[in-house]
Write a protein that binds this ligand. Sequence first.
Ligand SMILES: NC(=O)c1ccc[n+]([C@@H]2O[C@H](COP(=O)([O-])OP(=O)(O)OC[C@H]3O[C@@H](n4cnc5c(N)ncnc54)[C@H](O)[C@@H]3O)[C@@H](O)[C@H]2O)c1
Ligand SMILES: O=C(O)C(=O)C[C@]1(C(=O)O)C=C[C@@H](O)C=C1
Length: 313
Amino acid sequence: MSVHFKKLALIGIGLIGSSIALAARRHGLVDTIAIATRREETLDEARALALGDIYTLDAAEAVHGADLVILCAPVGAYEALAKAIAPALEPGAILSDVGSVKAHVHKVVGPYVPPNVAFIPGHPLAGTEHSGPGAGFAELFSGRWCVLTPGPEVPQEQTDKLVGFWRAMGSNVECMDAAHHDMVLAITSHVPHLVAYNIVGTVADLEADTKSEVIKFSASGFRDFTRIAASDPVMWRDVFLTNRDAVLEMLGRFLEDLSVLQRAVRTGDGPALEEMFTRTRAIRRSIINAGQETAAADFGRPHEAVPKSEEQR
Ligand SMILES: NC(=O)c1ccc[n+]([C@@H]2O[C@H](COP(=O)([O-])OP(=O)(O)OC[C@H]3O[C@@H](n4cnc5c(N)ncnc54)[C@H](O)[C@@H]3O)[C@@H](O)[C@H]2O)c1
Ligand SMILES: O=C(O)C(=O)C[C@]1(C(=O)O)C=C[C@@H](O)C=C1
């Protein structure tokens, strides 16, 4: 099956939109790329980077004649965008997105999608803490998962075509139910970001002299948190506003487990601490062994190997 599209319309051109533009171009997946943004300056930046062929501030104009449309804006902007583009969508087109939550996307975009358009929401599980059109790179999706959540009404042929598009950009693709996606991502991505925002926020609230010491001596553990906590504030505001139930469910479990650790620290329960840390180390190893270690932030470095000394213990 051909995974080639005549015209790709990207609505929003930040980290993810620009990476799709670069990857689709590199792999020859599209003839024409139309880019729509809300602000003139963002459009100028995209033009200066030669990310597309058509640049417009009118999302409906961008989707005109497009056989693939991908929403690449913060999720909170989706409903207004869906309303604006719906009348201009081409019969037979695929409408997709890259948002970090999925049930909400079905809920707010779905009702606007004409019956002759295949609505296949998606989420590449790849990113960095950077944002804007200049942050993208063609290799971002390489070796990373992309989850698609087509509804039952979508023709299999259309889903297969979009699967092929993501595979051609280097992704592994899996289709799943939107609610399941949101529950899994709540614990693997959303709660970890909340924890990072919180720990870095705690430092920000420290008295000035203590804070400067923390910044001066921050070792790699804290630095890793600051990278995550530097992620786009608007994007993450929208994630927590639109995946509230799943995040609260996972946050509840997280807090219960944190209380157990707190108790172990307070009572000096060494075996309980060691047992917990041994289990978590095993998770890290299985992730590395599954080849998922290539964080975009350290793209290009070889996969981290588990040191022999650790394996033998
Ligand atoms: N950053 C990540 O790590 C990551 C990873 C996977 C998926 N996502 C998802 O991808 C989407 C985009 O994230 P990003 O990291 O590329 O963000 P970004 O901030 O880099 O870019 C967002 C783009 O959307 C545009 N935009 C904002 N509001 C708009 C509006 N009302 N109408 C039209 N355009 C608008 C901005 O101008 C910008 O070009 C989000 O929904 C996010 O949840 C992000
Ligand atoms: O590496 C990072 O900076 C990311 O946080 C990327 C990350 C993630 O949590 O893994 C962030 C949000 C997305 O929806 C998908 C990927």
